[in-house]
Write a protein that binds this ligand. Structure first.
Ligand code: BG6
Length: 301
């Protein structure tokens, strides 16, 4: 593991990027500039916090989150790669791939007076090779500016084409899930993961009074906006290189089944995930790359 001292020496930038040990002793990059602040965990290539100047924190992390090798951190922005949900052919493999359960490496940082960015990389490890035999390179660049831009670049280093699905599985803080709505998806088709993947059409904004787990299709030209009157803000989530958007809230029963999720915590969070899920999986030729990005913007209401 890269030491905190060497990370600061190589990639630290005065008043902009500083590394320190976080929970679980995982190295964390703290980014700060005139637009706000963010914390990125080197474990998982995982954005943990984002707070624009003059706004409340935007991302949600469970009080029950576990910071341990081999486990995913519940909250923030887990990197879901190279498969979204269940593995397409092998039910014994864990859901949502392995990238979120790996220690990444810091490979770059920069600050140009406007934006501040850190880049992390992941290459195959013995842990990933047990689940995925294809050579690859992943690069995650987190850029703090007037918006938070999180870009995941996947490069296929295999001699054969490879098909993969992915998501930037962002967890957002809300005042009360029963009081917020998600605008921007009216008329969009979605697969209902709680109803045998039946295709349905969104009518009006998305509202929550029970578990919701949906893959919205053909969302390339749409942004999803979490409208939260109590917090007097709207969080706009847009994508690049993504044609699907996942909306998830576990509600009571699923929350109770998850060891790393407090029973009542579902009220303060919602996931809006920029994704390449289901039919939106991407096939990469040898040496080809694909970028999936999520852009998070906060506006006062
Ligand atoms: C969402 C899925 O993306 O992630 C849900 O649509 C799933 O079905 C949720 O429950 C959380 O998954 P995990 O593996 O982090 O518990």
């Amino acid at each position: 593991m890269q030491s905190i001292a060497s990370l600061n020496e190589q990639y630290g930038i005065d008043n902009r990027i500083r590394f320190q040990a976080g929970p679980g002793q995982f190295p964390m990059a703290g980014l700060a500039n005139q637009f706000g602040s963010a914390v990125v965990s080197v474990y998982g290539g995982h954005v943990l916090t984002y707070q624009p100047t003059d706004h409340a924190p935007v991302l949600w992390v469970s009080d029950q989150a576990q910071y341990e090798q081999g486990k995913a951190i519940r909250g923030g922005i887990p990197v879901i790669w190279p498969w979204f949900g269940a593995h397409p052919t092998d039910a014994n493999k864990p859901t949502h791939g392995f990238a979120r359960k790996q220690l990444w490496e810091v490979v770059g940082s920069r600050s140009d007076g406007i934006t501040t960015a850190v880049t992390l990389a992941l290459a195959p490890t013995p842990f990933s090779a047990e689940m995925w035999s294809h050579p690859f390179q992943l690069e995650l660049t987190v850029t703090l500016g007037a918006v938070l831009d999180v870009a995941l670049k996947a490069i296929n280093l295999d001699d054969n084409p490879v098909t993969l699905s992915a998501a930037l599985h962002s967890y957002f803080t809300v005042s009360d899930i029963g009081q917020v709505l998600i605008a921007g998806l009216d008329g969009a088709r979605y697969l209902d993961q709680l109803d045998g993947m039946v295709e349905k059409t969104q009518d009006g904004p998305v509202m929550f009074s029970a578990e919701v787990d949906r893959i919205y299709l053909d969302t390339v030209n749409r942004s999803a906006e979490i409208v939260d009157p109590s917090l007097q803000r709207a969080i706009r989530v847009s994508g690049r290189g993504s044609n699907s958007t996942v909306i998830w809230n576990p509600w009571t029963d699923k929350a109770a089944r998850m060891a790393d999720f407090g029973n009542d915590e579902f009220r303060q969070m919602v996931c809006v995930e920029t994704a390449n899920a289901d039919a939106d999986a991407v096939t990469l030729d040898p040496e080809a790359s694909h970028e999936l990005a999520t852009i998070i913007e906060v506006e006062p209401l």
